[in-house]
Design a protein around this ligand. Structure first.
Ligand code: ZN
Length: 352
């Protein structure tokens, strides 16, 4: 039955974008992700990527940025900013990443498959409409979202960004759009510096950006609690037609760049909560788009957790409600988000 198909976009060409030796956003990340994908064998359908057309990229980006990235084609290693680089094939690889996300999201929204994972590089969520930054050239989730809006019958789209960094680019691209709910959990203060509680959207989009900045050291309990108390009720109130996950694994306990403590159990629990939410709200339509994650063990474990959940290879019970204990980090986070958003969200912070 087509409804149970889980598609994964994976391709060796995503490893041909590379930076200077020692850069954390390195091709080996996808070797580790690929090992996890391979272990799911016939339970998933691996599909090849296709390059995004210029018109598709321009739905989220300025022509000047597209032309600047295109102009790097065939050039040797170079820098765009302090930590964002290109190599000879980066433009082509970035087009493949964006095209993969468009296709997967379109197939999930418009029929054919139930869910998917785009195992792509370079990541996307820091890329602004007019600027590549933070290892990101084009904003894959934003391009996919704009394509669904253009071709998919004006759907309501939830983007949940659980990468450990704030997705400044995604927030800014959609901050005036009431049909896209952008929710981000991220270490704060931390790169890129945006994503404080009071950044809640602009104009008609006021309330459709929910930032959940979290102090260093948060782990499974805090993240699961934030999903239960904030993300789930906000999603239910918004009622999306499809859920896109900006799926970084750099909040993993082994990540060398960040200081959070999510375990493989935590990623399974978070994936389970989001899949159950998708089933209850939008026919199970959910797409995971790889963002960051710089521990090879971390990205392997995270990918396994997502695919175990999507394929029901190792179904787990949704975790029981995390209590809001006075003085605990989770309680402080929920209180602060509530000060900004609770009046707009039914059953905010209710125990599940
Ligand atoms: Zn990140």
């Amino acid at each position: 039955m087509s409804d149970s198909i889980v598609q994964v976009v994976s391709d060796i060409r995503f490893q041909s974008h590379h930076g200077p030796d020692g850069h954390p956003e390195r091709p080996e990340r996808l070797v580790a992700v690929g090992e996890a994908i391979d272990s799911f064998g016939h339970r998933i359908e691996v599909v090849a990527p296709r390059a995004a057309e210029s018109e598709e990229i321009l739905r989220a980006h300025d022509r000047r940025l597209l032309e600047a990235i295109a102009s790097t084609s065939g050039r040797e290693l170079g820098k765009i900013d302090a930590d964002t680089y290109y190599s000879a094939s980066s433009f082509e690889v970035a087009r493949l990443a964006a095209g993969s996300c468009i296709d997967l999201a379109t197939r999930v929204l418009c029929g054919g498959i139930s869910s998917g994972l785009a195992a792509v590089r370079p990541p996307g969520h820091h890329a602004e409409a007019d600027r590549a930054m933070g290892f990101c050239l084009f904003n894959n989730v934003a391009i996919a979202t704009r394509s669904l809006q253009a071709e998919g019958g004006a759907p309501r789209i939830l983007i949940f960004d659980w990468d450990v960094h704030h997705g400044n680019g995604t927030q800014h691209i959609f901050e005036t759009d009431p049909d896209v709910l952008y929710i981000s959990t991220h270490q704060f203060p931390f790169y890129p510096g945006t994503g404080n509680f009071d950044e809640a959207g602009l104009d008609r989009g006021l309330g459709s950006t929910i930032n959940i900045p979290m102090p260093v050291g948060c782990g499974d309990e805090e993240f699961i609690g934030v999903l239960q108390r904030i993300v789930v009720p906000a999603a239910r109130t918004f009622s999306p037609d499809v859920i896109l996950i900006s799926c970084g694994f750099d909040a993993h306990q082994d990540d060398p760049l960040a200081s959070m403590e999510i375990t493989q159990y935590g990623y399974r629990a978070m994936s389970t909560i989001m899949l159950e939410l998708a089933k209850s709200l939008c026919g199970g339509r959910i797409v995971f788009i790889l963002e960051g994650g710089y521990s090879l063990a971390g990205v392997r474990e995270g990918t396994e957790a997502v695919l175990e959940t999507l394929t029901a290879a190792a179904p787990m019970q949704a975790p029981t409600a995390i209590e809001l204990v006075p003085g605990a980090a989770l309680t402080g986070i929920v209180d602060r988000v509530g000060q900004v958003h609770a009046h707009r969200i039914r059953d905010f912070a209710a125990a599940l």
